[in-house]
Write a protein that binds this ligand. Structure first.
Ligand code: C5P
Length: 222
């Protein structure tokens, strides 16, 4: 069955500190949104792409996307969850969804293909995962440490996250909020499988991330 990619690109990018929304900030001259969509097209496993952008940027977005790609542009929402919900509402019949942050602009196409492979193998929810390098602690509101989870059992989770269409629709039928889509799907009791993530799929969030992305793109063979 078909694969529909939802690309949340409606964030303001406050932590990046640029004067335009993050997805429109260029890396090596190319906006993050363009790079992210190009990656989805290059993976050659996606049938339709829906990008969610801030309302006032809808008009300029078409010119940033490959003209022959099956891309639609819709207005995102106040929170990432609202943006994904808007994309879901615009999607037609599909077998699988990928949800992929525009901010993960350098995601290798091979990672995107790996997620789709696992969906087609029958797993209803698939997320890319990497080992955590820092020790992670929980703290209370006063900053006091309340616990240290075993690092060996922790993973940093990336996108694209893949879902059987029914699972993602069901997850978003409830008004909930989570920092990733799998978080909503987990609450339904759906088993979420991890696949090997890729360091290049890092989320460009801070000015340091932007500099790293710039130098990686400059070094990347065309
Ligand atoms: O803010 P953060 O980096 O976690 O955002 C992850 C992705 O979600 C980004 O691509 C951002 O553009 C998108 N987003 C969105 N709508 C929002 C907030 C974030 O589409 N309201």
């Amino acid at each position: 069955g078909p694969v529909t990619a939802l690309v949340p690109a409606a964030g303001r990018g406050v932590r990046l500190g640029a004067d335009e929304p993050k997805a429109f900030v260029p890396i090596g001259g190319t906006p993050m949104l363009t790079l992210a969509v190009n990656g989805l097209v290059a993976a050659a496993v996606v049938d339709e792409i829906i990008v969610m952008v801030p309302a006032e940027h809808v008009d300029r977005t078409a010119a940033l996307l490959p003209p022959d790609a099956p891309v639609r542009i819709v207005v995102g929402g106040a929170e990432r969850t609202d943006s994904v919900r808007a994309g879901l509402a615009a999607a037609g019949d599909t077998a699988f969804f990928l949800v992929h942050d525009a901010a993960r602009a350098l995601t290798p196409p091979a990672l995107i293909a790996r997620v789709v492979d696992e969906l087609r193998a029958g797993h209803p929810a698939v997320v890319p995962a990497l080992p955590v390098v820092d020790t992670v602690k929980t703290v209370d509101s006063g900053g006091k440490v309340t616990g240290t989870p075993d690092r060996g059992a922790l993973r940093a989770i990336q996108t694209p996250q893949g879902f059987a269409a029914g699972a993602l629709h069901a997850a978003y039928a409830d008004a909930g909020s989570a920092t990733d889509d799998a978080g909503l799907v987990e609450r339904l009791g759906v088993e979420v499988r991890t696949v090997a993530g890729d360091p290049l799929a890092f989320k460009i969030t801070t000015p340091l991330d932007l500099r790293l992305a710039e130098s990686l793109l400059t070094a990347r063979p065309a």
